[in-house]
Design a protein around this ligand. Sequence first.
Ligand code: UT7
Length: 325
Amino acid sequence: MTKIRSVVRGTGSYLPEKVLTNDDLAHMVETSDEWITQRTGIKERHIIADGQNTSDMAVAAAREALDRAGKTIADIDLILVATTTPDYTFPATASIVQNKLGSSHGMAFDIQAVCTGFIFAVATADNYLSAGMAKCALVIGADCMSRILDWEDRSTCVLFADGAGAVVLEAVDSPGDPHDRGVLASTLRTDGRHWEKLYVDGGVSRTGAAGHIRMEGREVFKHAVTMISDVVLDVLRKGQLTLDEIDWVVPHQANKRIIDGVEKKLGIPAGKVVVTVDRHANTSAASVPLALHEAVKDGRIRAGDYVMIEAMGGGFTWGASLIRW
Ligand code: UT7
């Protein structure tokens, strides 16, 4: 049975210029390069400049993705921005991005699923495209976590950072089998019982202020590997593929130990996993598209490859998508 597939036409990313190393952080809080490297695999991260906003990073990533897709903003009729750090309480950052890119047609809205935001956005765009609601989507993950960090809390301020990544997805009529290009399957999950383990202690209706990230790191860690493994296996089942057939796994870049844990639990060869956490840290919704773009640009991910993207984060939310490039 034929099916409309959401085919990736281009990727892009943006990282702020300023680099903050572990040694820099050791001058700010009681920590060390050794502790951060051992516990997380992070060596450095990028931090947004004063006066720069989430939409600025999103627009830069979007422009590169459009260029590489051979598209212009006129081709786009759906813009999704996955973010936890919007420019304003409203409108959606997607509206601001649409305007900055010079468009006023189609639809644009934000997706809030914290670190899993990009996976939720890809799955949402895929459903809009396959239902015929849109023809060509710009899917962006963008976050400036540095703005909601408590810079005196060493247990969180060493982990998160800023950036943006984007993909262009286009609706293509396809045979409807596992050899199709495009998004082949997705699984999204939420379990709100865990929300207090990773949250921001402010918000419009409670405090009127943005607040700061609070996290029970060990609790998040405990659930991460199991939750991620569960959705990866579910997506493989839906896509009728085995792990051996997957060319690249592009995980959320929160902690190298979580990435290694999933690798070990599922038996994924290390050479198939894209890792950027050492240089990007946890950029929340931006982490997967930043890593995706890096692996596309350096030639690792090529047309025809089977790519698994996955993430887990606040909510708890978690999810995975299988994409044939
Ligand atoms: O998208 C999901 C986002 N969240 C995550 O990915 C977080 C998942 N969790 C983790 O990555 C890990 O739990 C952390 C990296 C946050 C922490 O590693 P851990 O091995 O679970 O350490 P811990 O929280 O159990 O803390 C161990 C010790 C504590 O000291 P005591 O109580 O044993 O004396 C902390 O106070 O390490 C201390 N500590 C630090 N020491 C130096 C906590 N943060 C730091 C720090 N530098 N930055």
